[in-house]
Design a protein around this ligand. Structure first.
Ligand SMILES: [Zn+2]
Length: 458
């Protein structure tokens, strides 16, 4: 079965062009001029004039929480949200599920749970916690894409942070097999020295997690990476004041990358009402000026990736009744909305769809070494997103596919509508009634041991 998609606009490599993309056996087999002849027997899909063809996005920071906290989120609902948002590959975080993915047995449980449930492709991160140094190599060999650690309390007793010595030991071990350490970079001792978050005032919550907690942690990560040669990645950067540290480290050859999230690029603390715990996440959403500086960090390449940090919970855990920022669970769910949120803000600052795809597709796939996606190119998996950049919509929480209709974006107008998502050469159908939709056909991804940067489908 061969399909040709003709698009007046498509993001191909580093530019936007008109083209005809030929798909066969789940792969992209040709990228030709728009009016290239149709191969005999091929199906033809002609996109509307206001639609742009993008590669399916790769979101490397998603908390699916399944098994164990499936009432917060599950493989079925999260991957449906991804599909509705143009995301065709997600990498699942090792915590919030029970068990945490800190050894091979737990990874096996995750895989067994996910099997047959995923609408898009799913891979897994492992975890680095105190005492599991000997599990890192086996997890790597079993196919995780790297290891997540915290340097401050994670919010869960079962997933403790590493202290400085433990972090360096993990880096040394991970460097021995050229793996990747991804770090929640807030410094625990710095947070412990602040008055703890309590009450309804957003300003008090912000003060409980100051920028210096991020910059100190990032400095430690840089020192450790320099000392051990370990490849490291800073998760969900919020503090723009840390950008010079990152830029200097990169310039000095430290193997470090960084990501930020749609909420840090779109929301800002001055607009957050007291008691509005929808907006609680860690590190916190900071001032509007900080947001602009993060955009500059993206523009100059200091920040490599934009990922959702989709981190759902039940409405009860958000403590909407008390509005207490100390008690509410931290986390924002935006897997389905990441592309329009980022595009709405990016276009106002003169960025293009090529930029957005670089941050949300190519650089994220490079982070995890998934060489066959994140870009419209011959040989890649035929994962695509049909996006109408000049169309617009209003966010209604009940129309989102993640499990709990909790979002700080309710009733916001966003630019850019995901009209269709293709996985492995065919369009996905995601409606509000999951029971009516075709069986999920996402695949579970396993990092291949060799050659470097490739993977197998499991
Ligand atoms: Zn996270």
């Amino acid at each position: 079965m061969t399909t040709v998609i003709r698009a007046r606009r498509a993001v191909v490599g580093d530019r936007e062009r008109a083209c005809a993309v030929t798909l066969r056996d789940g792969r992209i087999v040709a990228v030709d001029d728009y009016d290239a002849p149709l191969p005999t027997g091929a199906d033809e899909v002609v996109l509307a004039g206001d639609e742009a063809l993008l590669p399916g996005l790769v979101d490397t920071h998603v908390h699916i929480n399944d098994p164990g906290r499936t009432e917060w989120e599950g493989f079925a609902s999260a991957t449906r949200a991804a599909a509705a948002g143009g995301v065709t590959t997600v990498i699942d975080m090792p915590l919030n599920s029970i068990p945490s993915t800190i050894d091979v047995a737990a990874l096996d449980v995750k895989r067994a749970t996910a099997t047959g449930q995923t609408t898009v492709d799913v891979g897994f991160w492992g975890g680095a916690v105190p005492g599991n140094l000997a599990d890192l190599r086996p997890l790597w060999d079993a196919g995780v894409y790297g290891f997540k650690c915290f340097l401050a309390y994670s919010g869960l007793d079962e997933y403790p942070p590493l202290n400085r010595e433990q972090m360096v030991a993990a880096m040394r071990e991970i460097a021995s097999f050229d793996g990747l350490l991804i770090v929640h970079a807030e410094d625990g001792p710095t947070l412990d020295a602040q008055p703890p978050a309590a009450g309804r005032r957003y300003a008090d919550f912000l003060q409980s997690r100051p920028p210096v907690a991020e910059s100190r942690a990032i400095a430690q990560v840089i020192d450790g990476a320099r000392e051990t040669g370990c490849r490291v990645h800073i998760l969900h950067l919020s503090d723009a004041g840390s950008l010079p540290l990152l830029a200097e480290a990169k310039a000095a050859g430290v193997r470090i990358t960084a990501e930020t999230c749609p909420h840090y690029l779109s929301l800002f603390s001055e607009e957050i009402l007291d008691g509005s715990t929808h907006f609680k996440c860690c590190p916190p959403i900071r001032e509007a000026g900080n947001r602009e500086a993060l955009w500059r960090g993206l523009a100059d390449g200091t920040i490599d990736c934009v990922v959702s940090d989709h981190s759902p919970c039940t409405p009860e855990l958000k403590k909407f009744t008390s509005g207490d920022f100390g008690e509410a669970w931290g986390g924002i769910s935006s897997l389905q909305l990441g592309l329009p949120i980022v595009w709405s803000e990016a276009r106002r600052r003169g960025h293009t769809l090529v930029d957005v795809v670089r941050w949300m597709g190519r650089n994220t796939r490079d982070l995890v070494g998934l060489a066959d996606r994140g870009e419209i190119a011959v040989g890649n998996s035929a994962d695509l997103c049909v996006f109408a950049p000049d169309d617009a919509f209003v966010v209604f929480p009940e129309r989102l596919h993640h499990r709990n209709a909790v979002t700080p974006y309710a009733e916001r107008a966003l630019a850019g509508v995901v009209r269709q998502t293709w996985l492995s050469g065919a369009p996905l159908t995601v409606t509000l009634d999951a029971a009516q939709d075709p069986a999920p056909r996402g695949r579970l991804l396993t990092r291949a041991p060799a050659p470097e940067g490739t993977h197998e489908l499991a």
